[in-house]
Design a protein around this ligand. Structure first.
Ligand SMILES: [Zn+2]
Length: 322
């Protein structure tokens, strides 16, 4: 049982964390049919393309700052109830803009939910701006320029997500140069849908302190050694990997091999209700299915706090709570 373990999460997309029940309420509020995307309290999809379609549908029923406040608060209260002390939420102003919500209102709404959850439970949370890869290099560059000048105490990082098979990392490198210069923490999705080359490209061209997934680096032993030497932190999402068939089953998932190779890893839920998981479930799976001891799991939690995009006093306070 891992319920008693303190937890921390670095990799969760806020729209991807929307509880299906909340999405139903939102759809009703706006008089939108759920179009088969929500059934029996769960999201319906069967491949990456329909996953993205469902995801965009869910995002489309969160339309105001208040809607996003409700979303952030609902998710963080759920995390806090599972003994989570820190969460980083990936947020996508492009989703806000798609429903006519300005980036200020989008971030402001989320921040209100974060502060409310902190007041009620003590959970700390920061936001990481997402550039959407499938919207193309120009769009991600524009998002990076915006993020570099957007000043909000809870926005501390930049990330690129979306369709990894579209374009090459090199096409997006200028965007990361801008946010690095601005002092934002950097992470990037790589090595999930694409193989080891994508992780190598990220290390060469983006120089992130963390990589989202990165698990297909296991295909290249030299690259695994390089990750260990650099101390790059992998935001590993085992339940997501199994649901998206990145690996056929937990027995073939490389998390244990990364740990044995000295790569720094963390446990994350990615888009939890889509993958019928939660952060608590990921911890439980790591323990009961993947065979990690409490001490090994606590080490992953500590790594998450060490790699968090927070100021040093906050990091110290979080480490003291472990
Ligand atoms: Zn992700």
């Amino acid at each position: 049982m891992t319920a008693h373990l303190k937890k921390a999460e670095l990799h969760c997309h806020v729209e991807g964390a929307a509880p299906p029940a909340l999405t139903m309420t939102q759809a009703e509020k706006y008089g939108v049919a759920t179009d088969g995307f929500v059934k029996d309290g769960a999201y319906v999809w069967n491949d990456f393309t329909s996953f993205i379609a469902c995801y965009d549908f869910v995002a489309s029923v969160f339309r105001t700052a208040e809607d996003y406040t409700a979303l952030a608060e609902a998710y963080l209260l759920e995390l806090a109830a599972a003994n989570t002390i820190y969460s980083e939420l990936f947020i996508s102003p492009d989703h806000g803009e798609a429903v006519g919500l300005s980036p200020d209102d989008y971030v402001g709404g989320l921040a209100a939910g974060i502060l409310s959850a902190r007041e009620k439970t003590g959970i700390e949370c920061r936001m990481v701006i997402i550039g959407e890869r499938h919207l193309g290099p120009e769009n991600v560059l524009a998002r990076a320029k915006w993020a570099a000048t957007f000043d909000h105490p809870l926005v501390t990082g930049f990330n690129m997500a979306g369709e990894e098979r579209m374009n090459r990392v090199a096409d997006y490198a200028p965007a990361f140069d801008i946010v690095r210069e601005a002092g934002l923490g950097i992470t990037i999705h790589a090595g999930e849908l694409c193989g080891a080359f994508s992780v190598a490209d990220a290390l060469d061209l983006v120089k992130p302190s963390r990589i989202g997934h990165g698990v297909r680096a296991i295909e290249d032993a030299d690259l695994v050694r390089r990750l260990a030497d650099l101390g790059t932190v992998l935001e590993v999402c085992p339940g997501s990997n199994i649901a998206l068939k990145v690996f056929p089953d937990y027995a073939s998932h490389p998390l244990r091999r990364f740990v044995e190779a000295g790569v720094r890893v963390t446990l994350n839920s990615d888009d939890p209700p889509y993958f019928h998981t939660s952060l608590a479930q990921e911890y439980e799976t790591a323990s009961t299915v993947m065979g990690f001891t409490d001490a090994e799991i606590n080490a992953m939690t500590r790594t998450a706090i060490e790699a968090a995009f927070v100021d040093e006093p906050t990091r110290k306070a979080l480490l003291a709570r472990l």
